[in-house]
Design a protein around this ligand. Sequence first.
Ligand code: ADP
Ligand code: MG
Length: 604
Amino acid sequence: MIVGIDLGTTNSLVGVVDSGFPILLADSDGRRLLPSVVHWPSAEGAPTRTGLPARRLLALDPAHTIASVKRFMGRRLAEVDPATRGDHPLAIGPDGFVRIGLGDALLTPEAISAEILKQLKRTAETALETTVDRAVITVPAYFNDAQRQATKRAGELAGFTVERILAEPTAAALAYGLDKLAESSRVAVYDLGGGTFDISVLELNKGVFQVIATSGDTRLGGDDLDRAIVDWMEARLQLTDPGLVRARLLEAARDAKEALSEREEVEILLPFLQGATSHQLTLTQAEFETLALPLVRRTRTHCLRALSDAGITDPASELNAVILVGGSTRIPLVRRFVAELFGKEPDISQHPDEAVALGATIQAGMLSGALRDLVLLDVTPLSLGIETFGGLMNVIIPRNTTIPAKAGELFTNAVANQPSMLIRVLQGERELAKDNWDLGQFTIDFEPGPKGSARVGVQFEIDANGILRILARDTRTNTDRVLEIASAAVNVEDEAVERMISESVDHAFEDMNERIWTEAKLKSDELLPAVDAAFALVGDELDPAEKDTITNAAAEVRAALSAHPHDAQRLKRANQALDEATESLAAMLVERAYARALAQNSPS
Ligand code: ADP
Ligand code: MG
């Protein structure tokens, strides 16, 4: 059994496929949404609290309580946004990543997230009455390697084997149903959560989902609406010390906001707010919309950017669906805004705050075999390979290969008595190694021998999480070297992929010419010294006319080599002519060697 988990900034959920249906699991109070808040106990041995009880402690014991820990996952201190860093002391760990101070404890974000995941694990185990230790966990599409790795580690700390890290918009699209979509279609996922806004455009092609553009704002979400309501409240209440009661006001504001998604107006009751005074305020939907509109409008530019990056000019006709995700998209104003911006009614067939978890659950069911028929595979956005002789790119796994994938090739030494080989791992579409991206390198030693005698097998393997393992093996001695590269092989920014591909197209002609040149030059470097050596050995015995032909052919190779600009075709032709001209010379050498060997071996 594999569970699907949405490890959200504000709320987290867990689900499982049961009797062929994906279902989300509720805790003993019947709640499916677990607030992503953790209270770290000050006393040794006291239990860590998560969810609603922890959320209440945010106001009472702020030093030991943390919300939205997701913003710190896989982050270095310099990468933490000062605007959302919060009030907890931060430090740099020995690995260079952020540590968070909760009371006396200095913790990794993954250790804190693991508490949320442990709680979800308990919820699942109680509901299913069995142990659960495999999970699919979602992350935002823009999460980089470090952030994905941290999420995976959090899962492991909670006692899960993380079977797959899945992009949130992909999960949401899965939840809305692949079956509704045509063979090849495009969807936009508009995700407005508690603290973040994400817009993604996805393409579904032959069962493969790919995120083709993303944009968003990591400082925009439902929390901003809560603050706007608190400001509105404070302007109406004569509070002596608003700072003291801010946490209570925020809670009241959130309740009011959520209620307004269903009703035209709400009463906000604030009993005994300061001393004995109680307050009552009325907020109408129209008033709330005035407060919310400027914030909602800020999503517009991001949507337009993502559409333009995806090459979409008319979303109404070019998008098959606009999917709403995130609790804040329950707000009627947001729905109207999206409908107007995209020129089409958004799909609201799923609960927006549950869609990501549902998609993760569907993916988990597909992996465990509890659900069939659906395929959802990631592909390599760019080719992967190694550098070979003359600085050329040798592709081992081509671009757009579905993962997991495995491929290998056998290499040899270019130079006699070379003691080792440098394996440079490259990513990109260009013919020359130097124009591609360097993912890492290592050397493998082998027994020195004549040129072409070494046998080094290089194998590339990408697992379902996009982690690339490169294994090099000297097949003579069976020595292995392994290099592991985090999900860089699969997670590349769309923009960078596009740039790489368009450059490879722009330079296709020069690049090809350069490859032919390099290969021809390697051949010349082999031929010319061989001809010189043969002349020294048997030159006198050659027919003068033949000798002339060979000398001329060799001169033409040298001329082609030094010609500027490089003419790859000329060098290739010259090599070929020299090869043909030396045919009988080569035969003569072979006979000579043969006769000598015979003479040495014959009894005297
Ligand atoms: P995240 O993806 O950040 O974990 P969610 O998708 O769970 O977050 O969204 C949480 C946000 O949605 C909170 O700001 C919450 O107040 C808001 N929200 C939840 N339900 C409603 C509702 N009915 N109306 C308006 N906002 C809501
Ligand atoms: Mg979310």
